[in-house]
Ligand binder design. Sequence first.
Ligand code: KG4
Ligand code: ZN
Length: 331
Amino acid sequence: MILSIESSCDDSSIAITRICDGALLYHKKISQELDHSVYGGVVPELAARLHALALPKILEETKAYFPELKAIAVTNEPGLSVSLVEGIVMAKALSVALKLPILPINHLKGHIYSLFLEQKTQFPLDVLLVSGGHTQILHIDDYDHIYIMATTLDDSFGESFDKVSKMLGLGYPGGPIVEQYAKEGNAQAFNFTVPLSNSPKMAFSFSGLKNQVRLCIEAHTPMDDTLRADICASFQKVAIAHLMQKLNKVYKNKPLRHLGVVGGASANLSLRAELEKFVQSHDAQLHVAPLAYCSDNAAMIGRCAIDAYKLKRFVPMDQILAHPRSSEFIK
Ligand code: KG4
Ligand code: ZN
């Protein structure tokens, strides 16, 4: 079995995964959302302190598995450095105490493997990664060969939901809140323009859209819930249209057989519905992770670590560092 630790942002999570068949034997996550909510976003120092409290508490519950462990896996990139360090320090302590090797795991790769928690592995695979820190279209041949076909020039898709929510005074994380408000609103109420729609660039940009929403909010104060819902619906429609336009561009002349959607924002049901239509038009298949494993969790890190274990990607303890920015993917 592999014990995996995830602490890259504001979720403290540990999982136990069986190597022979990938079965998830134990998984727990303590989320800090409520603690950060009052600030409208994640406060790194607070996140680190809360990881230091939550991780040992979860670890306590996994002691019965210790004799069966073959490796410790830990997210070491990308993420908030002070948050990553909490998981890495725990992994190193376990490695010394239990005499086990460490597998450092890339968090984005972990999100990709969330697709294989309840389905068998599918490579080659194209992936739309939509999280709080990233918005990318990826082509993946195997564990080691991942190519970025489009990425964001500024904010990420999930982050733009967080910022719209904050501007409307609706709390953090913004994704689920904005999606909920959008359900009640009129998506035609405001005519926000789709970013980079006339640009040939294979890239995303959400900062201009965020500014359009900001100006709209300023022009409509005082705000009420009907207006909030209309703004959320109009914003969400355009944010998703932007993703779809660029996906259409990328796959205009490129074959598509299997498209996965991963990351916290892949839980958005309007996005999933648009992607379903998109893959059908390409005669392709859409792969989604179970809703419970879209946001950050150690189960996906453990699933990814099985491939890392089979490839013997153990790294000596003194070489394992937290990398706030991802270094592994090829641009
Ligand atoms: O993958 P994740 O849990 O953390 C990172 O690796 O960043 O993604 C969190 C992001 C947040 O920005 C959150 O607002 C967004 O995913 N998110 C959503 C939804 N649920 C979470 N965005 C849009 N719609 C949602 N339903
Ligand atoms: Zn994530």
